[in-house]
Design a protein around this ligand. Structure first.
Ligand SMILES: [Fe+2]
Ligand SMILES: [Fe+2]
Length: 352
């Protein structure tokens, strides 16, 4: 399951209307500064770039709704990476061997790194990391609802790697062809690491599934609990996903929620069979005519409930996040003081 590392085809960039330079990113076409006619011309040139598979870069003109959609999506993605460290971080001290502990530490550190790449990508759109963290901490921006489920046994670490990181890869590989350059480039690197995460999860479950009866039962129990929430990670069904069509036109999204969910199911069912683990869906069946595995009905009321804040771990995840942010205040202050001192050194030519 290699992520696609193919960059979008580079094509000649059409000139903007009347050869005017695009407004710089810190001046995103304030109301009244450009005429409606100019706005329409910029919008047409923007869509032509997108249609031609060119990348939109931070200093290019872009519709405000495109910018806002990307900020919301990239921020939610970044928040998910750092909140996602919690359920697994919980098992670093309980990993069953030194090897498992070393792998898990590396994996959790990768997730922190993904958060950093993504906050940096969001910053290119004119919003600061501090602002985004404030929005997360005040509950005004979300993270993926999957991280509101608890990790009850070591097998959950395997199930998260295999299913949650597996679903993340399915979502994120197409995002490496997203029209916004900084997001797409962050995704290429993230997907390479997610691929390792998925394999390490599968390997944990494989070992348990081939162990004692008790270990096998532990693996099965974890998969039983994580399967349906993993399918929900792709978001609501297409007919209840109002923003999808616009995101597809802007080439932020390349496949619909249901298409991605189907890809994930088709990839995962044979892997479960190879491990000898069953999936908790009595309606799961292979459809000869389409060549797809068809899953049963998803309980969308559970999804809505967890999203609304009533999942098993919503409160604890947010409380820990706020605590961690507060506990890290001295690090941010020290880093700022060091940067200021270094800056003085650069200006005066003295060693800092
Ligand atoms: Fe990640
Ligand atoms: Fe991951």
């Amino acid at each position: 399951m290699q992520p696609s590392s193919q960059p979008a085809a580079e094509v000649g960039r059409p000139a903007l209307p009347e050869d005017r330079p695009a407004p710089p990113k810190d001046r995103p076409a304030p109301p009244g500064e450009t005429s409606p006619r100019e706005d329409a011309q910029f919008a047409a040139a923007f869509q032509a770039l997108v249609d031609a598979e060119a990348r939109i870069e931070p200093r290019d003109w872009m519709p405000e709704a495109y910018r806002a959609t990307l900020i919301r999506q990239i921020a939610q993605h970044a928040h998910s990476e750092i909140i996602g460290m919690q359920p697994e971080g919980n098992y670093i001290t309980r990993a069953p061997s030194l090897r498992r502990k070393a792998i898990l530490i590396a994996k959790v550190q990768d997730e922190a790194g993904h958060g950093l790449y993504l906050y940096s990508a969001a910053e290119t759109l004119g919003v600061s990391r501090d602002e985004l963290l404030d929005l997360l901490h005040s509950g005004r921006q979300r993270y993926s609802s999957i991280f509101n489920y608890p990790t009850l046994t070591w097998a959950d670490i395997g199930a998260i790697g295999w299913l949650v990181d597996g679903a993340a890869i399915t979502n994120q590989v197409p995002l490496s062809r997203c029209s916004y350059g900084p997001y797409a480039r962050a995704m290429t690197r993230i997907c390479k690491e997610e691929s390792f995460h998925q394999r390490q999860g599968y390997e944990i479950l494989w070992a348990l599934a081939h162990g004692s009866g008790e270990q096998k039962a532990m693996a099965q129990d974890a998969v039983d609990r994580w399967w349906w929430p993993s399918l929900m990670m792709f978001g609501p069904p297409d007919d209840a996903s109002p923003h999808s069509a616009q995101s597809m036109t802007w080439k932020i999204k390349r496949f619909s929620n249901d298409e991605l969910r189907q890809k994930f199911v088709d990839m995962t069912v044979p892997q479960a069979q190879a491990m000898g683990i069953s999936l908790p869906d009595p309606d799961l069946r292979f459809e000869e005519s389409s060549g797809h595995w068809r899953h049963g009905e998803i309980d969308w009321s559970e999804f809505a409930r967890v999203l609304a804040g009533d999942g098993p771990c919503n409160a604890v995840r947010m409380a820990r996040r706020r605590e961690a942010h507060q506990a890290g205040a001295w690090v941010r202050e020290a880093a700022s003081a060091y940067a200021a001192k270094h800056q003085v050194g650069v200006l005066t030519g003295s060693a800092a």
